[in-house]
Design a binder for this molecule. Structure first.
Ligand SMILES: NC(=O)c1ccc[n+]([C@@H]2O[C@H](COP(=O)([O-])OP(=O)(O)OC[C@H]3O[C@@H](n4cnc5c(N)ncnc54)[C@H](OP(=O)(O)O)[C@@H]3O)[C@@H](O)[C@H]2O)c1
Length: 250
């Protein structure tokens, strides 16, 4: 996730690569993931905290406490932005030094190409100026949305897990296209662009998705035959069940 975010910030021109530093446990891998892009590998979290004004916490949830404990004091006066699932405002209040300015977010991997979503917990301890600056930075890599704390989990499921569902859909459409004679690489490009365009149309027009579906289904036409088949196979119910399954695991 850190690579996706850093890559998106550089790609969209929001931040110079030399202004981004990172640490990890595997030094050689860290160098491979940073130096070719012009980013700075650093030995540990303390060095990153000293280097940066905005420190992004992007380790796995079970690693957060061990990584932050030695740098608590160094993070005072910095802006701490978390992308760690399940680590909301209250948890950081207990973990960070009192008075640390922090914000919890849930980004998704399309931030790497500037088309992500960064869902932000409405409750944070950034000043108004810091929030405006961080929001401006994040807007370079995607749509920034604020939600109340209880909705952060489901927002994370839709935005963070959703790309896996969509990738499965792209793969399925690709298989179907290949079955009917389209070369696989072309099939994936068609399917992905169709999804990008449909999403963009919905975002820009605000049209109800049902109306968008209806607009493509002419009476007695071909699309409605496919829609009916998807309904028979429980397409929408399967998606809702998948989200329920993730929520019950959180
Ligand atoms: N993947 C997503 O789509 C997504 C979406 C939203 C939020 N998130 C959140 O992003 C966070 C990271 O997920 P991920 O999938 O990117 O995991 P990941 O690939 O395992 O990345 C975790 C990174 O943390 C580093 N790390 C672990 N312990 C460290 C330590 N003691 N000191 C310094 N660095 C350390 C790891 O370094 P090494 O590789 O060298 O061990 C690795 O670079 C998670 O909390 C997750 O909830 C992920």
């Amino acid at each position: 996730m850190a690579r996706a975010l850093a890559g998106g910030l550089v790609r969209t021109g929001a931040v110079e690569p030399g202004a981004i530093a990172a640490c990890a446990r595997d030094w050689e891998k860290l160098r491979r993931n940073t130096e070719p892009e012009g980013m700075v590998p650093l030995a540990d979290a303390a060095a990153v905290a000293d280097f940066a004004d905005v420190v992004v916490v992007a380790v796995k949830p079970h690693q957060v406490e061990a990584v932050l404990a030695p740098v608590r004091e160094r993070l005072l006066g910095k802006i701490v932005v978390s992308v760690v699932a399940g680590y909301t405002f209250e948890r950081y209040e207990a973990l960070l030094a009192p008075g640390t300015h922090h914000l919890s977010t849930v980004p998704n991997t399309p931030v790497a190409v500037g088309e992500g979503i960064v869902v932000c917990e409405r409750r944070h301890s950034l000043s108004q100026a810091e929030w405006t600056a961080v929001r401006g930075l994040l807007e370079h890599v995607g749509l920034v949305m604020e939600v109340d704390t209880p909705l952060l989990g489901i927002a994370g499921t839709i935005c963070g897990c959703g790309p896996a569902f969509v990738a499965m859909f792209v793969e399925a459409l690709g298989d179907a296209a290949v079955k009917h004679g389209i070369p696989r690489a072309d099939a994936y490009r068609m399917a992905s662009q169709m999804i990008v365009g449909t999403g963009k149309l919905q975002l820009e027009s605000g049209t109800h998705p049902g109306a968008m579906k209806d607009a493509v289904c002419s009476p007695g036409g071909t699309t409605i035959v496919g829609v009916a088949e998807l309904e028979r196979k429980g397409f929408r119910g399967a998606v809702i069940d998948a989200v329920d399954a993730i929520q019950s695991k959180r």
